[in-house]
Structures are given as structure tokens and as C-alpha cells.
Design a protein around this ligand. Structure first.
Ligand SMILES: [Fe+2]
Ligand SMILES: [Fe+2]
Length: 328
């Protein structure tokens, strides 16, 4: 299986490897089916930019670094209900949120490094909620790398799942952090730390953030983690930047926007080239088949020789670019 941009889809050689659902989670197209041009058009209208496919070059490739789609969708639904509960003045679904965070902690503990499902792989109505799930996954991964305890990971996870909850109260960008802070802190069952994540997730180490222009040690570490995760998901999901470039963008601001040690922890836990990516190496072209010991140096099967090279054992072989389609 591999993930492709929807406009790379070729009906003659590819079939869907994962179902495509609408915002109510109704299956529009099951796995194994072909994407007829008429459907392709409809999916593009729904804001879907990526699909998972099986074709001759994806055989034997699995995306174990990625959360499975049903789990991802379940947690998206919990976040959606949380946002709706604020709009309708009902209590937050605290127990469901806690179960969701526990599940995400289990998922990141299973994996050394992760990749995200871009939020543009689902109906655009779900994008804001899918975003918070992605942010939480990355944040928990950073939290794990810096050795946070389970209870700290729990507070971090709840704060990240709800980091944009203020958007359900206000449309003014600069106001959503404080609105979110007030929503979370009015729930006694939730930690004040989680509330401060929402309040501070747009603050920057150099004082250029908002709403309070906090800087350096005035920003709590959890909020810094959330802000790295937030920016990374926005690069990948909204701007459509490929993972290795998004990681480099984050690294650019190490020590200006974000703390250097957290950026280092972040980069250890995210893979640069997801399995199924066609790449141009300095020795020819190939497809990434898996990631083992190093998240940035994958194993690549060369198209011409049909043989695998482990980039982590071959320091002189480098990836020069990503290829949209297989070039032999
Ligand atoms: Fe935000
Ligand atoms: Fe966000």
C-alpha cells in the first residue's frame, strides 16, 4: 500500500487500499475498488487530496508508522463531539476524551517513529478535528522521546486534542487561545496544564507569538511541544509540504520559535520519507519500502536492479528528490 496525491491516481493500474468515507463516516468507496473519473471529481470537490492505493510497485509495502484509519476516525469523532458540545453549551465528553488520549498513548508507544495521515485524506468538514488528532499524535511522540510519565502524557494529550477548542467560541484568530483556556479550565476534571497548552500554543520562544507575546521560560514546555506539532501538521496537511521538507522547516526555527531540545526530540520521532515514496537517489531511482533504525534514512528498493539498499548503512547514497511517479 502507498499514499498518493489524488491527481496521481491511474485507474488502469491502481485500486484503493483503504475505504474513502464522507463526514458522517459512510463508506463512499470500499477498499479494492477502482476510482472512476466521476468519483474522482466528487472526492476532489469534498477536499480530499490523498488516497491510499495498491499497485504493482506498492506490493509488500505497509504503512505501519501510520495510525490505522478506524482508530483515527473514532478519535476525530470524539473531538468533533467536544467542539459541538461547546457550541450547544453541553459538558465536554471528558471520559471519551480520556479514553481517546489513552489509545493514542498506546499507539505512539508501539512505534519508534510515526507518519501522519494528512487531514486532507478525509472530507474537509472533518479537517479541523483531524488536525487536532494529528497534533496530539506528534506531541505525544515528542513527549515520549523526552521521557514524560504517563500522567504527564495524559495532560499533554488532552491539552493537544483541545488546543483549538476556543475556535468553537470565536472566529477571531487571536482570541481562540484564551477562549480555549477558559473552556478547559472550567472543567475541574482536567488539568490546568492542559488549559495552558490551549492558551500558549501560538506563543513563540522569541516573543513573536500571540496572544500575550510570552517568551523563553514563560512558555510552558507542553505548549512548546504543541506548537511544534501544530505547525508540522499545518505544513503537511494544509500546505501539502512533504514530510522531510516540513521537518526541515521546523528545524529552521530551532532556538528562535521553538526550543532546540524539543525540536531534536521531534525530529527523532517523525519519518522523513514514508514507505511507498518514489525517490531519486544519486545512484538511480527507487521506492522506499520501509523504515527501520533511522527515521530519516529508509530502505529503498532500486527500480533497475530490484535490490534493496539500506541508506542507514550507506552514508554516500543520498536522496536527491521525490518523484511524483515511478521513473525507471
Ligand atoms: Fe490554534
Ligand atoms: Fe491548531
Amino acid at each position: 500500500m502507498r499514499m498518493i496525491e489524488i491527481n496521481e491516481y491511474d485507474e488502469s493500474s491502481m485500486q484503493l487500499a483503504k475505504p474513502v468515507c464522507d463526514s458522517k463516516r459512510r463508506v463512499l468507496l470500499g477498499s479494492g475498488s477502482k476510482l472512476h473519473p466521476k468519483y474522482l471529481e466528487k472526492l476532489i470537490q469534498m477536499g480530499i487530496k490523498y488516497v491510499f492505493v495498491e499497485d504493482s510497485s506498492s506490493k509488500g509495502i505497509s504503512l505501519d508508522e501510520m495510525l490505522d484509519m478506524p482508530t483515527w476516525m473514532d478519535i476525530i469523532t470524539v473531538v468533533e463531539r467536544s467542539f459541538n458540545s461547546v457550541v450547544t453549551n453541553k459538558p465536554l465528553p471528558i471520559v471519551d476524551l480520556q479514553v481517546a488520549v489513552k489509545k493514542l498513548i498506546e499507539e505512539i508507544k508501539k512505534r519508534d517513529a510515526i507518519m501522519l495521515i494528512p487531514t486532507t485524506a478525509v472530507d474537509s468538514l472533518l479537517t479541523p478535528f483531524a488536525h487536532t488528532v494529528n497534533v496530539t499524535l506528534i506531541a505525544l511522540q515528542i513527549g515520549k522521546k523526552i521521557g514524560l510519565t504517563n500522567s504527564a502524557l495524559n495532560d499533554l494529550g488532552i491539552g493537544c486534542l483541545l488546543h483549538d477548542i476556543g475556535k468553537s467560541k470565536t472566529n477571531v484568530k487571536e482570541e481562540h487561545p484564551e477562549a480555549g483556556f477558559n473552556i478547559i479550565r472550567s472543567n475541574r476534571e482536567l488539568s490546568l496544564m492542559s488549559a495552558h497548552i490551549a492558551y500558549q500554543h501560538h506563543e513563540r520562544l522569541d516573543g513573536t507569538g500571540y496572544p500575550r507575546n510570552l517568551s523563553e521560560n514563560d512558555i510552558i514546555e507542553y505548549a512548546q511541544i504543541c506548537s511544534i506539532a501544530n505547525d508540522y501538521d499545518n505544513f503537511v496537511s494544509i500546505e501539502g509540504v512533504v514530510p522531510h521538507e516540513a521537518i526541515e522547516r521546523i528545524m529552521t526555527f530551532s532556538d528562535t520559535k521553538y526550543s532546540h531540545s524539543l525540536v531534536a526530540a521531534f525530529s527523532q520521532g517523525i519519518i522523513s520519507y514514508p514507505p511507498g515514496t518514489n525517490v531519486k537517489l544519486n545512484i538511480g531511482t527507487g521506492i522506499v519500502t520501509r523504515v527501520e533504525s533511522n527515521p530519516h534514512r529508509p530502505i529503498v528498493k532500486l527500480h533497475k536492479l530490484l535490490k534493496e539498499v539500506d541508506l542507514n548503512k550507506q552514508p554516500t547514497i543520498v536522496i536527491e528528490s521525490i518523484l511524483k511517479e515511478k521513473v525507471v
